[in-house]
Design a protein around this ligand. Structure first.
Ligand SMILES: Cc1ncc(COP(=O)(O)O)c(C=O)c1O
Length: 393
């Protein structure tokens, strides 16, 4: 029996790799998990009442695109957050979390060929791993574009050769960026939109960390597209309740963009999608409409960012993140540092190389560790002090 070749050379996923690196060794202190970006703050307590009130709807197949009420709540949120008006019928699709949508967008939107060659799908490096799998699944060429200190931790897509840009069909961008916490400003989005127009490709804007910011709300791709009069088909933006509302287990997000792109995504999902159960769509509708819990959540992260600045501010190369909830800390070798930290202190962090792809030039993650600030404040502070004393003293 045969298996597909296109997935044969994948490295193990980040977390099994981490277990293989660390688990043969005993922790050197109280175990502190700072590896997975799984929010640990409380979600809004009132959601359980909504589930109970709508429990009978578990007896129905849910609508594929999202209920009209959920899509309207999403459109209203986009209006409040970005001042952008979208048509909730034709420009919004509900998703089971952004990961599913980021994957299926490539299925729905990637043509078989461009400029007489294999289509190229651009993505940052380091990157959220689903971008690469999505590209490989549609037999496109994933193009890894370094997002390093030198590029402000966002990829410089315009530096790619014209021969690649001309074959480009999709471009994944993550802002605020996981893992670096860098934010694409209006100029970045405007330049990227202009590049997409020149080379005729679509931008898939992964904005699932957009609500966890320190000082200024990150501008959104749809907002800049509207302001610059860009073709709405150039952008599909992805948002999630996982980080904004501490509901990673709800599996709820959405995509919004040009009507043709969204129609293609809906069409594919009609055949192959697994829509969010109806009672959970009711929850999502209420959660998008509430900002109180989001502000409380943001304040908790802000306090942890301040602790990180205070504890790690003198570490050479420390870069306070603008948004998101990760620190991307420079070290000599990420695997060596993660192992040392585990064996000497019990703190678990992720080697940066597990989030990157080695290219001809270098591995932009090899000299980093990623630290998730998702735990309680006091534990986070103790763990950050342990990191400083173990790795930087
Ligand atoms: C950059 C990025 N995009 C997308 C996701 C997927 O989030 P969800 O599917 O929970 O919305 C994550 C989750 O960690 C992420 O870090």
């Amino acid at each position: 029996m045969q298996f597909p070749d296109r997935f044969s050379n994948l490295p193990d996923y980040a977390f099994p790799r981490l277990r293989a690196l660390l688990d043969a060794h005993a922790p050197g202190g109280p175990v502190r998990h700072m590896t997975i970006g799984e929010p640990k703050h409380a979600f809004p307590p009132w959601i359980t009442d909504i589930i109970a009130r709508h429990a009978d709807e578990f007896g129905r197949y849910p609508p594929n695109d999202g209920t009209p009420e959920l899509r309207q709540a999403i459109a209203d949120w986009l209006e409040r957050r970005y001042g952008v008006t979208v048509d909730s019928d034709s420009q919004v699709i509900a998703l089971n979390g952004t990961r599913e949508g980021l994957y299926n967008a490539a299925m729905a939107l990637c043509p078989e060929e461009k400029a007489g060659g294999t289509p190229a799908v651009l993505m940052p490096n380091p990157f959220y791993q689903v971008y690469m799998i999505a590209a490989l699944s549609v037999a496109a060429e994933p193009v890894f574009v370094p997002a390093t200190d030198a590029t402000g931790h966002l990829p410089d897509f315009a530096a790619l050769p014209a021969s690649v840009l001309d074959r480009t069909v999709l471009c994944y961008v993550c802002s605020p960026a996981n893992p670096q916490g860098a934010v694409a400003d209006e100029g970045y989005w405007a330049d990227l939109l202009a590049l997409a127009e020149r080379h005729d490709f679509r931008i898939l804007a992964d904005e699932c960390y957009s609500e966890i910011w320190r000082d200024t709300p990150p501008p959104g791709a749809l907002q800049v597209a509207a302001r610059t009069g860009a073709d709405p088909e150039r952008i599909v933006a992805f948002h999630s309740l996982s980080k904004r509302s501490n509901l990673p287990g709800l599996r709820s997000g959405f995509a919004a963009g040009g009507p043709q792109s969204i129609a293609r995504m809906k069409q594919l999902r009609n055949y192959s999608g697994a829509p969010l159960p109806l009672p959970l769509q009711r929850v999502a509708e209420a959660v998008w409409a509430d900002e109180v819990h989001v502000e409380e959540n943001r304040a908790l992260y802000r306090r942890k960012f301040e602790i990180a600045d205070r504890v790690l501010g003198n570490v050479p190369g420390y870069r306070p993140p603008q948004a998101g909830f990760f620190l991307w800390l420079p070290v000599d070798d990420g695997e060596v540092a993660a192992l040392k930290l585990w064996r000497e202190t019990g703190v678990r962090v992720l080697p940066g190389a597990y989030l990157t792809r080695e290219t001809d030039t270098a591995n932009p993650g090899a000299g980093y560790i990623r630290v998730a600030l998702v735990g309680p404040e006091d534990e986070t502070e103790q763990a950050l002090i342990a990191i400083r004393d173990c790795l930087y003293d």
